[in-house]
Design a binder for this molecule. Structure first.
Ligand code: MG
Length: 272
C-alpha cells in the first residue's frame, strides 16, 4: 500500500513529520462516519472491517491513539470489543467531546450540566407534534434530536431548529447541528478542546486528525492552530455525499470509513 499525497504543503509536511518520528505522533479519529459507516440507527454503528485492528496495530508505534467523539464513552466501548484487541489497552477515548474520558482502562466523567436536565424535561412536549421518525437520544451529558428516519429529514430538522435553538439558549446550552441531527449540549465543549488536551497530554510532536462532519471542524481548527505554533499536522476528511464542509478544509480526503481503514493500515506499515 502506498501513502496518499495530501493536497496542501502543510499537510505533506505534517505527514512527513509523522512518518519521520512516529513515536511523537498523536493519531486522533472521530467515530461515526469516520471509523464506522453512518447508519440509520446509532446503536448499530459498528466499526468498519479492520478499523479496530488497525488502531490496535498503530497504538504501540505512536505517542497516542485516541477516538474523539460526541458519543458517550460506553457507547463506543460497546462497539470495540477491547478484550480481543491487545493493543487497545493504551487507547484513549474522549467521549462527549472530551467531557468524558476513557484512559488507562477506566472512564472518568464529571457530572452533567443542570441545563441538560431542564432540556430533558421540556423536550418531549416540544417534540410531541414533530413528524414521524423524529427521535430523541439521551446521551446523559447532552440530548440529540435525530431526523434521519423522518420522511423528509432535512425539512424536519429545519422546522425544529428554531425552537430547539431557543430552548438551548434558555437553559444555557448550545444547539449544535450535524448530519440530520441537532444536539443540545454545554457550549464550551467541542472536539477542538478535546484535541487540545490530548496534544498537551501526550506531548505530541505531530498530529493527525480524521473526521467527517461539521462537529469535527473545531478539531481541524486546532490542528491548524498548533501547526502555526510549529507542530506539524494533517487534517483528513472521511468523505461522504452528505457533508462537504470538511472536504474543502482537509489536507487529505479519503473515501469514507473504508478509506480511513486503508490510511491507518498504510500508516502502520510506514511507521514500523
Ligand atoms: Mg462523525
Amino acid at each position: 500500500m502506498s501513502l496518499p499525497e495530501p493536497v496542501t504543503a502543510a499537510g505533506r509536511q505534517g505527514l512527513a513529520a509523522l512518518l519521520a518520528d512516529p513515536g511523537g505522533a498523536l493519531i486522533a479519529v472521530d467515530y461515526d462516519g469516520t471509523l464506522a459507516p453512518i447508519v440509520d440507527r446509532p446503536a448499530e454503528a459498528h466499526p468498519a472491517p479492520g478499523a479496530v485492528a488497525a488502531l490496535a496495530a498503530l497504538a504501540p508505534r505512536v505517542a497516542m491513539v485516541a477516538i474523539v467523539t460526541g458519543r458517550p464513552v460506553h457507547a463506543v466501548l460497546r462497539f470495540l470489543d477491547l478484550e480481543q484487541v491487545d493493543g487497545l489497552a493504551d487507547l484513549v477515548i474522549a467521549g462527549h467531546y472530551g467531557l468524558e474520558r476513557f484512559v488507562g482502562g477506566r472512564t472518568e466523567a464529571p457530572l452533567p450540566e443542570p441545563g441538560v436536565g431542564q432540556a430533558r424535561a421540556r423536550l418531549p412536549a416540544m417534540l410531541a407534534d414533530a413528524p414521524a421518525g423524529v427521535s430523541l437520544e439521551d446521551k446523559g451529558h447532552s440530548l440529540v434530536v435525530h431526523t434521519r428516519q423522518a420522511a423528509e429529514p432535512a425539512g424536519a430538522l429545519a422546522a425544529l431548529t428554531p425552537a430547539l435553538t431557543e430552548l438551548a439558549g434558555e437553559v444555557g446550552l448550545v444547539a449544535a447541528p450535524g448530519r440530520f441531527v441537532l444536539e443540545l449540549r454545554p457550549g464550551a465543549i467541542d472536539k477542538g478542546g478535546a484535541l487540545r488536551r490530548l496534544v498537551a497530554e501526550c506531548g505530541a510532536r505531530s498530529i493527525l486528525f480524521v473526521g467527517d462532519d461539521l462537529g469535527d471542524l473545531p478539531a481541524f481548527d486546532v490542528v491548524e492552530a498548533v501547526r502555526a505554533q510549529g507542530v506539524p499536522g494533517l487534517t483528513v476528511c472521511s468523505a461522504s455525499a452528505e457533508v462537504s464542509a470538511l472536504r474543502d478544509r482537509a489536507d487529505l480526503v479519503v473515501d469514507g470509513p473504508e478509506g480511513v481503514v486503508t490510511l491507518l493500515r498504510t500508516l502502520v506499515q510506514s511507521a514500523a
